[in-house]
Structures are given as structure tokens and as C-alpha cells.
Design a protein around this ligand. Structure first.
Ligand code: FAD
Ligand code: EGU
Length: 465
């Protein structure tokens, strides 16, 4: 087993977004990479199953892609910039709220396209081998061993490497092996909401049916809808709603009544027939949040991406955080000169607080979106944050801005926000105190005038009795 500057062998479990990117990173360092993915090759498959069809990508994912030379091709040439949210009210009113300055935007990128480009880029390296329809079913991580089952055969084979990377998503098999380790912490939470994807097709002219370059949102209290643009001028619409409510919409009429009541402007865009067909042909998917610690086993295995920190999607950060994992791990491999023990340990220690922070932020947003979007104090704070940020762009960075447009550690984003809350509360006390003081001072100075006004008011009031 060669280490400390030498080349190592790496087994990657999972050929999703994070697994494929991680293969690119290890290939670039010249290591020997074997990647095992249990689905068929999506590049030759009819269509990608399940999951959202496009994703919001921001600076964290882009920085990681830039290191492996894919940022230009994937994001700037393929992604659709979204410069603002477009809020749709029930009465058909729409309001655009910009993300930031004119250069600040997020990108809508197709999941399938992203995955394909990453797999192809990984495969271009002679030191990378991709195995599809190969499922990890067990193994001994402390020895770098995994057992793989080839689809269609009952045969298992054992694969051994210096390092096993678990990038196998929210229901990770690699994490299941980590659970057997002493002192391993784990928690998962399902939220009461599920999600379903619908589609707004292009107009007859082939154009986008809504203004492109926006993330469209229909907030409705306990449920919401969100739409991101696709390359083919269609929109992927995601409906988030409690499972109970999904269940209650059990006939086409109930569904149409519901949509006409809450999303009247979306019905003609989706089309009644398509809405009914898409809705009843699919079922809502669950959303889970997972936290665990540590992410590694000795010097031979680590989990990254959703396997390490699945989160609810209400911050648009799952993939961004997963790509940032790859980026951080790559930097640690450089820092520790390929010493796996040190790199793995530091990754677990350094990354855990940030992963848990973004899981918490996403969960908090889920609650906020449900309860607060229409609350005046919430909107006031949003406006204040934007104004203060505009006045002092380097001093006052709103929470969503530090999460979406900066590389600040997620845990620091929360600390930054706590600091801002403190400043605001103190200024509020100070302001109310100063106001009361001011009013009292004025009143004292003008007591004669005030008294005169008061007596004349009482006199004139007497005329009416
Ligand atoms: P996955 O994409 O789940 O990939 C895991 C892969 O491992 C899969 O290909 C699977 O087949 C394979 N696998 C699993 N088990 C095994 C096994 N035993 N053996 C071999 N292979 C295996 N993130 C954003 O940044 N922006 C967004 O806008 C956004 N929107 C989202 C909307 C929704 C509705 C959801 C649910 C998520 C969203 N996310 C978003 C999060 C994002 O989808 C995930 O964070 C991202 O896909 C994680 O990538 P991953 O590679 O870790 O896991
Ligand atoms: C949810 C599902 C708007 C894609 C959070 C904003 C999301 C995305 C927001 C999905 C929202 C919510 C932010 C981005 C993004 C907003 C964000 C959420 C992409 C606070 C495909 N969220 N998402 N916040 O600010 O920071 O626009 O499925 F509706 S991108 Cl829930 Cl920036």
C-alpha cells in the first residue's frame, strides 16, 4: 500500500453527481479509480428515474467544478441563469425579488446532463474504470474491502482498495457499514411533506411559457410550488405538500379544484390534461434529513455528499454541499501529501459542523417557508437585510447571501446571522429608548403650548355635549 506522495487505489460507491465528480478529482491526482453504480449507465438509459430534473447551482458547486475544468462547459454554457425569484400570489400578481447585484445569479442545470458530463469526463482518464449495474452489498471498510453484486447474477465479488469513497446517496449502503463502528452517531428525520414533479411545456412558438431567468415560487402557507427552467424551454415544477394532502386529492376534479383555487395562473401553463395525467401517474416522494458522525473509518473509508449529510431541499444546497465536500477533500489530500489517515480524520472533524449547519438551515427554511413567508416582520427583515447589504456589501451579508454567494463555512454563516440578530435587537432597544427620550424632551420643552392645545380641545369638545 503506497502512500505519502505515492499513488493509491480508490473504490467509489455511487455514480451520481458527487461520486462522478469525486472520480474526476481522484483521476486528476493520478490515482487508480474504480467506480461502482448500481443503476444502468444514464448516458444510454431512456430517461433518468425519479428526483428533480434540474437543480439550482451556486458558487460552491461551481468552484469545485472549476478545479476539474468543467465549470465553463457545464454552468456558463449550459446552465440557465436565474437572477431573481418571481413570487406568484394567488390573485395572479407576480413580484420579482433579485438575488443580489446584477452579476449575482444562480444557475438551473439539468441533473441528467450534469451527471452525464461528469461521468464522461471521469472516463476520459485512462486510470478510471466505471462499472454500471454493480451494487455494493457489504464489506469490511476497515480493510478497504467492499462486496459487489452484478445485476442479473447472484454472484458477489470482493473489491479491495486503499480507500473506499461512499457517494451512494441518502440511503447509503456504505453508511450502513459505518453504523457498525463503535461511537458512530446517526439521526434521520422524515418531514411530513412529500414532493412531486410536474411540467410546464414550451409555448407553441417553442419559447418559455414564463419569464426565463427566474426561480418561480408559489408560496401558499403549508404547501408550495417552485419552478426551474430547462434547456428545452420547458419548466420543471415541484409541488411540496403534506402526504395527507396528496392523498386527499384522489380524483381529477378534486385536483383541478385544488389547483384552480391555489395556483390559478399555473393551470393553463401546465394544461389541465397534462396536470391530471402527470399527477395520477406518479406518487409523491419522501424527503429525509440525515446527520451522522464521523464520516470516516480509520485510513480506508469515507462517506461524502448525501450519504454523509442528506438534507431537505429548501435551501437548494444539497449538491452544492456535496461538490464542496469533494473540493475540500482534494485540498486536504494536498495538505497531508496523500496521507489518508490524516486527510480522513481532518475531513470528518472539519466538515461535520458545516454539514450539520446546512442541514439545520435547510430544515429551518422548511418551517419558515410554511409559516413565515407572508408574515410582515419577516418581509421587513428581508427588506432591511437587502438594504443594509446594498449600503455595506462587505459588512452586512444576509444569511441566504452568505450561503448561496460566498464560500463562508456553513457554520460561520449561522454565527454571522446570530451576530446580526444581536446587533438588530440592540439597535432596536436603543432606538425605542432614544425615541421615548426624544418625545419626553420635546414634551417638556413645549409643555405650555401642549397645555394650551389641550384645554382648547376640551373646550371645543364641550360644545358638543
Ligand atoms: P445521489 O445523487 O443520490 O447519487 C447516489 C448514487 O449512488 C445513485 O446513482 C445511486 O444509484 C447510487 N447507489 C446507491 N446505492 C448504491 C449501492 N449500494 N451500490 C452502488 N451504487 C449505489 N441540490 C442543490 O444543490 N440544488 C437544488 O436545487 C436541489 N434541488 C433538489 C430538489 C429535490 C426535490 C431533491 C430531493 C434534492 C435536491 N437537491 C438539490 C439535492 C441533490 O439532489 C443532492 O444533494 C445530490 O443529488 C446528492 O448527490 P449524491 O451523488 O451524493 O447522491
Ligand atoms: C427547493 C426545491 C426560495 C430547488 C428557499 C428561496 C429549492 C430549489 C430559498 C428545488 C425558496 C426556498 C434558495 C436559493 C433555492 C430563494 C435560497 C430552493 C432551489 C432561501 C428543484 N433556495 N432553492 N432560499 O431565495 O437561498 O429563492 O427543487 F422557495 S435556490 Cl424554499 Cl438561492
Amino acid at each position: 500500500m503506497e502512500q505519502d506522495g505515492g499513488k493509491i487505489t480508490v473504490t467509489i460507491v455511487g455514480g451520481g453527481l458527487v461520486g462522478a465528480l469525486s472520480a474526476c478529482f481522484f483521476a486528476k491526482r493520478g490515482h487508480k479509480v474504480r467506480l461502482y453504480e448500481y443503476r444502468e449507465d444514464i448516458r444510454t438509459a431512456e430517461y433518468a428515474r425519479g428526483r428533480s430534473i434540474n437543480l439550482a447551482m451556486s458558487v460552491r458547486a461551481r468552484a469545485a467544478l472549476a478545479v476539474v475544468g468543467l465549470e465553463g462547459a457545464l454552468v456558463r454554457e449550459h446552465g440557465i441563469p436565474m437572477r431573481a425569484r418571481m413570487i406568484h400570489s394567488r390573485n395572479g400578481e407576480r413580484r420579482a425579488i433579485p438575488y443580489g447585484t446584477s452579476e449575482q445569479c444562480i444557475y438551473s442545470v439539468g441533473r441528467k446532463y450534469l451527471n452525464e458530463v461528469l461521468l464522461t469526463a471521469a472516463e476520459k482518464n485512462p486510470n478510471v474504470e466505471l462499472y454500471f449495474q454493480h451494487k455494493m452489498v457489504g464489506g469490511d471498510l476497515s480493510k478497504g474491502e467492499i462486496n459487489v453484486e452484478v445485476e442479473g447474477s447472484k454472484k458477489q465479488m470482493m473489491v479491495k482498495a486503499d480507500l473506499v469513497i461512499g457517494a451512494d446517496g441518502a440511503f447509503s449502503s456504505v453508511r450502513k457499514q459505518l453504523m457498525k463502528q463503535p461511537l458512530f452517531n446517526y439521526s434521520q428525520t422524515y418531514i411530513e411533506h412529500g414532493y412531486m414533479e410536474l411540467c410546464i411545456p414550451p409555448k407553441k412558438s417553442g419559447d418559455f411559457a414564463m419569464e426565463a431567468n427566474y426561480l418561480h415560487i408559489w408560496p401558499r402557507g403549508n404547501f408550495m410550488m417552485i419552478a426551474l427552467p430547462n434547456q428545452d424551454c420547458s419548466w420543471t415544477v415541484t409541488l411540496f405538500m403534506p402526504f395527507e394532502q396528496f392523498k386527499s386529492l384522489d380524483t381529477p376534479q378534486k385536483l383541478l379544484d385544488f389547483f384552480n383555487h391555489f395556483y390559478p395562473d399555473a393551470v393553463p401553463l401546465i394544461g389541465e390534461d397534462r396536470l391530471v395525467k402527470d399527477f395520477f401517474e406518479s406518487k409523491p416522494s419522501p424527503l429525509v434529513s440525515v446527520k451522522c458522525k464521523p464520516y470516516h473509518v480509520g485510513s480506508s473509508a469515507i462517506i461524502i455528499g448525501d450519504a454523509a449529510h442528506a438534507m431537505v431541499p429548501f435551501y437548494g444546497q444539497g449538491m452544492n454541499a456535496g461538490f464542496e465536500d469533494c473540493h475540500i477533500f482534494d485540498n486536504l489530500m494536498t495538505k497531508h501529501k496523500n496521507n489518508l489517515k490524516k486527510a480522513l480524520e481532518e475531513f470528518s472533524d472539519y466538515r461535520n459542523p458545516d454539514a450539520e449547519a446546512i442541514c439545520n438551515l435547510a430544515m429551518y427554511n422548511y418551517i419558515e417557508m410554511r409559516d413565515l413567508v407572508n408574515h410582515p416582520s419577516f418581509l421587513l427583515r428581508k427588506k432591511f437585510d437587502m438594504f443594509a447589504h446594498w449600503l455595506m456589501p462587505n459588512f452586512w451579508i444576509p444569511l441566504y447571501s452568505s450561503v448561496t454567494f460566498s464560500h463562508m463555512r456553513y457554520s460561520l454563516c449561522i454565527k454571522n446571522r446570530e451576530w446580526q440578530d444581536k446587533v438588530l435587537h440592540r439597535s432596536m432597544y436603543f432606538l425605542s429608548f432614544a425615541t421615548i427620550l426624544g418625545i419626553s424632551a420635546v414634551a417638556y420643552k413645549c409643555q405650555d403650548t401642549i397645555l394650551n392645545i389641550y384645554t382648547s380641545m376640551i373646550r371645543s369638545a364641550h360644545q358638543y355635549f
